[in-house]
Design a protein around this ligand. Sequence first.
Ligand code: COA
Length: 178
Amino acid sequence: MQPIRTDRLVLREPRLGDAGDVFVFRGDPQVQRYNDEPLRTLAETEAFIEYLLAEAGADLRRHFALEAGGSVIGLMGLHSWQPRHQQAELGYDLAKEHWGRGYAAEAGRAILRFGFTAMRLHRIHARTIADNARSVHLLRSLGFTLEGTLRECSLEDDGRFHDSAVFGLLRSEWATAG
Ligand SMILES: CC(C)(COP(=O)(O)OP(=O)(O)OC[C@H]1O[C@@H](n2cnc3c(N)ncnc32)[C@H](O)[C@@H]1OP(=O)(O)O)[C@@H](O)C(=O)NCCC(=O)NCCS
């Protein structure tokens, strides 16, 4: 996979050597509050990167490390890839100290382009906890439409069931928004 350059980021395949940087956000309970369980060790982080690479090798995903100033500050990619239906799901997380600087939107625009062109997708969807305001804001700013709500779908750390919001973006909509 060729690296993609945006104004401030290099998007490239994750490497085992990124484990220290990735642990900063994948091991951070606040960043992972609405995402997967936080990773606990560097070894778990290396195993997670190996898993991403194995899935990429099996054409189940295309995942990018978001590199800024020589460090990996986040991960974003298209997973649950179904070539037969030309669809995949967008997933992302970013180190907390880099929130609110537009990095996720910048990477997202480049990855949508990659998905709709290089991966030839027809549809990209994303599922997020409805209370995850930054995530919902990101998806709307990338042009996604709210397609539905899965009510009380996940039991979170606060002991409550939270709704999940399902967002979708079609290639035709993305191309028109240009
Ligand atoms: C979801 C997540 C990636 C969003 O990150 P974020 O930093 O809020 O999103 P962005 O990078 O797009 O930044 C948005 C804001 O940065 C600000 N900003 C500052 N400088 C900017 C710049 N140069 N360009 C654009 N926006 C800029 C703007 O206020 C912008 O908001 P706006 O769209 O209203 O203008 C992040 O909160 C995260 O990692 N959360 C935890 C993981 C998670 O929940 N993942 C999803 C699981 S489903």
